[in-house]
Design a protein around this ligand. Sequence first.
Ligand SMILES: Cc1cc2nc3c(=O)[nH]c(=O)nc-3n(C[C@H](O)[C@H](O)[C@H](O)COP(=O)(O)OP(=O)(O)OC[C@H]3O[C@@H](n4cnc5c(N)ncnc54)[C@H](O)[C@@H]3O)c2cc1C
Length: 552
Amino acid sequence: MVVPRYVASVDPREAPAHEVDAVVIGAGIAGLYAALKLAAWGKVAVLYKGAPEDSNTFAAQGGIAAAVGLDDSPDLHAQDTLAAGAGLNEPEAVRTLVEEAPSVIRDLIEQGASFDRSDGEYALTREAAHSRRRILHSGGDATGKGIASALLRQVGRHPNITLWEQTMVVDLLTVGGRCVGAVAVQEDGRETVWHVFVGAATILATGGAGQLFARTTNPAGATGDGIALAYRAGAEVRDLEFVQFHPTAYAGEGAPAFLLSEALRGEGAVLRNRDGHRFLENHPQRELAPRDVVARAIAKELNQGEESRVYLDMTHRPAEWLRDRFPNIYDFLLGQGVDMARHWIPVAPAAHYMMGGVVTDLDGRTTIPGLFAVGETASTGVQGANRLASNSLIEGAVFARRAAERARQEGFRRRRSLSLKGPEVADEGFPSSVRSLPDPRVPGAIESFRRELQRLMMKEVGVFRSGDSIARALSGLGRWLPSLVYPVRNRAEAEWVNLLTTAFLVVEAAQLRKESRGAHYRHDFPETNDTEWRAHLVFSRDRGAYIREVDR
Ligand SMILES: Cc1cc2nc3c(=O)[nH]c(=O)nc-3n(C[C@H](O)[C@H](O)[C@H](O)COP(=O)(O)OP(=O)(O)OC[C@H]3O[C@@H](n4cnc5c(N)ncnc54)[C@H](O)[C@@H]3O)c2cc1C
């Protein structure tokens, strides 16, 4: 795939420039927590696309994992994380996560986050593939909102932090191979203004890529921007074939794919097919098997025919208990006409979490000096081929703190002067005959491209994949490649470029990995092949695709 290096339709030397110590891109848990830590040492600009609520963090329900229970330990947390990750986790990254998680939880509490208690102790719940109750939660099933609101309060009142709402980063700026900041477009519904942000450290914290698929639990802004931005700038990205499909998103007619947290199954909900048969009864972990296993079991049931349905049955609990423990889910379902205390809930898998991302070391450093990546957009090596439930909020926080500390050590105060040598839009020659199509600037074109891409990805590279379906996806995406030559004028166009770029990387990775592992399942290669494939698939703009062994 050939992508232009820069896509913004602006010369960065002509846009107003803002000089800070750190440019943080994203206002989810990773961006906000990094900003707070960085602000202890210097000026920080936090840029985010929509409102603060438009993040995966705000949507997070179930909880945040840390070995804080009396019967728990970081070792057990590591074991569970490694087991779910199917041989692709980086052990050092996992160790860092589990050892630092309890202290990050204490720090989040100091920052104002509060977690639910029962009998004076923190109420710990259990989720799929966790061997202990180790999930802290907030507001019942509103954990992400609870944590993000606390961080936003701190960030909002910090004199060293400036928040830039409705401000989308369109390009990362590099000079001499070093990242020096970002070009962003700010849209407030009336006008579109371009800005340049320059900083000694640039922190990518842009979240996930669920919008690649027609059914997703992610908000509209989860368009894989961090992966596409970093890839265009020359950074390594990896493990992109591993997209986690959450098994139980609401599947009511015409309704959004609202997440029905795993914590429901942790509290005893069971899965039934249309005939009431509990089809996971014979699996050793039953409904609490790893997410990929449960998602495939559900997808298989649903593939039986037009009339097939799968339901989550939580009717063993009374309404009062459900309203108290899962207030958001309870209210959402009631709004859909489903009383979960009495009715089974229709569910189907939905794209939920991107295991892969921008390659980082244990301090969030990418392969481009000056550029850090944290949170869901990063690939620290923690998640392997399949994320353990509730391990992503904590990953975002643990590595954001480390990245902030590293940025400081690397001469954070040494601001770089703005000497941008007019980045050239590297239009690397599409044949002139196709240059005029497909044009994303035609009214309505972007919306329809986006919908078609999502349907294509869902159908051909969703829960199940095969060589044939992957080939269809590649040829479908290929039709849109020429659209990448048009300079980007606004958020919608920039998101389209990022979706297409990330989709290509996901599909190319799925094609190359000729085995099944974790969330990547191929009908034509149903077995895991450790001899050849216990390795990361890495992509970079300059070097193409290559394989790198997992550290053992
Ligand atoms: C419904 C749901 C439930 C979940 N439940 C849990 C759970 O219980 N426990 C758990 O651990 N995980 C859960 N997850 C996963 C978890 O919420 C996310 O992985 C995590 O919150 C990601 O945090 P983040 O800071 O990396 O990104 P996000 O929280 O997604 O934030 C991304 C930020 O980047 C901004 N952004 C994106 N692109 C750009 C750009 N180009 N320019 C400027 N800004 C940009 C966005 O506007 C946003 O502010 C859940 C996810 C979903 C969707």
